[in-house]
Design a protein around this ligand. Structure first.
Ligand SMILES: CCCCCCCCCCC/C=C/C(=O)SCCNC(=O)CCNC(=O)[C@H](O)C(C)(C)COP(=O)(O)OP(=O)(O)OC[C@H]1O[C@@H](n2cnc3c(N)ncnc32)[C@H](O)[C@@H]1OP(=O)(O)O
Length: 360
């Protein structure tokens, strides 16, 4: 849901009531989003090098590029809301020197060594993503985008990275299938937008097989480190679904249309090395040294200057953002149309009753 003018004005008032000074970096971000939301892209002459304060403000505003006014308004409202809730939240208790945790049951969120680690934590269901987990992830990314960590990293507990959307999400929803599809489409759009909008480096530590939306999202990540035990599977045709998370755009761009079709149309499951060869994975590590090697590497990356990485990410991605929002909105509209269809219902029945069938 996009923020209204009233939400924006409320947020402007809320900022004045913050109990804690949010720090210069956040204040610059608020300034930049405010200017973008009200005046549009930066239209001021660049201040001189020695005019430090105005130069920092100009840089922050200019870094937003052509971000649409409504998105800037939404980001401003989200940022203020996260600042308000974090200044009101009860203390979580420190676990270590630079560590804090905001936990929900199936999504674990911890911060340590400058890294927000978001873990799919539902190993008995191969980390399949429930509706609540989508919401928890949206919130975790929103918090991580404005806290003092440098990057966010996704990984999974147990033998799987993630088995994708929990296929019972729709069967367990209250109300009719049309209503569930409509709610699901809105949730899916907001979920994917939170990855498109994430301003810091975003890395996946793919510890095992990845299925469905956990694979398609990787096109929106800045780094994908995979164990050689990981596989990458997008069985959308088999499920009577079409590819989401902007993969219809990011995958062909990354690997060419023939290889993208092999995954997204024909559901070919890739090994980690095949996924690396297609440009979906940054680097593959042997399973027995995977965790040590990857986390050592990430801790080194987290010591790089955060503002430079944020600005570089913005530069790399800013021309794509509008396209990604459009593709995401289109996909969600298509999902809405497809979900009530018989092909999807049949695929769901096959999955839900497969164990019963196997016993016959
Ligand atoms: C109304 C609000 C709706 C909100 C939703 C909005 C968002 C919509 C997003 C739509 C786009 C997403 C697309 C996708 O992600 S498509 C991909 C979906 N995933 C799959 O098709 C994988 C299904 N699972 C499997 O094929 C196998 O389980 C798997 C190969 C992963 C593992 O097989 P294995 O034999 O090793 O293990 P089990 O099958 O015995 O699994 C163990 C238990 O885990 C449960 N499980 C696994 N995956 C899922 C899943 N995706 N959804 C639900 N449950 C899953 C499995 O049932 C077993 O449970 P039980 O032990 O209780 O039987």
């Amino acid at each position: 849901m996009r923020a209204s003018q009233q939400d924006f004005e409320n947020a402007l008032n809320q900022v004045k009531l913050l109990k804690k000074d949010p720090g210069n970096e956040v204040k610059l971000r608020l300034y930049a989003l405010y200017k973008q939301a009200t005046d549009g892209p930066c239209n001021m002459p660049k201040p001189g090098m020695l005019d430090f304060v105005n130069k920092a403000k100009w840089d922050a505003w200019n870094a937003l590029g052509s971000l649409p006014k409504e998105t800037a308004r939404q980001n401003y409202v989200d940022l203020v809301s996260s600042l308000s809730s974090s200044s009101e939240a009860p203390s979580q208790g420190k676990r270590g020197a630079d560590e804090k945790a905001r936990e929900s049951k199936d999504i674990l969120v911890t911060s340590e060594d400058g890294i927000t680690k978001i873990t799919f934590n539902r190993p008995t269901k191969k980390n399949a993503i429930t509706s609540q987990m989508y919401r928890d992830i949206i919130l975790a990314l929103k918090n991580a985008s404005t806290d003092n960590t440098v990057m966010a990293v996704f990984t999974g507990t147990g033998d799987y990275y993630c088995s994708g959307n929990d296929l019972t999400n729709f069967t367990s929803a209250t109300g009719g299938i049309e209503e569930a599809a409509s709610n699901g489409a809105v949730l899916l759009r907001d979920f994917v937008n939170s990855f498109i909008d994430f301003p810091k480096p975003l890395v996946a530590v793919v510890n095992g097989p990845a299925v469905g939306i956990s694979v398609t999202l990787l096109g929106l990540f800045d780094g994908v480190f995979a164990s050689d035990r990981a596989t990458f599977h997008t069985p959308f045709s088999q499920l009577g679904q079409s590819p989401e998370a902007c993969s219809s755009y990011t995958f062909p761009k990354m690997m060419g249309s023939a290889k993208a079709a092999e995954m997204l149309l024909f559901g070919k499951k890739l090994t980690a090395r095949e996924a690396w060869a297609q440009g979906l994975v940054t680097e593959v590590f042997p399973e027995n040294t995977f965790e040590t090697e990857v986390w050592t590497r990430l801790k080194t990356y987290a010591k790089l200057p955060p503002n430079v990485m944020r600005i570089s990410k913005e530069l790399i991605r800013k021309h794509e953002k509008q396209k990604l929002y459009t593709v995401n909105a289109e996909k969600c509209a298509a999902a809405l149309e497809r979900m009530p269809r018989e092909e999807y219902a049949k695929a769901l029945r096959n999955f839900l009753f497969r164990k019963a069938k196997a016993k016959l």
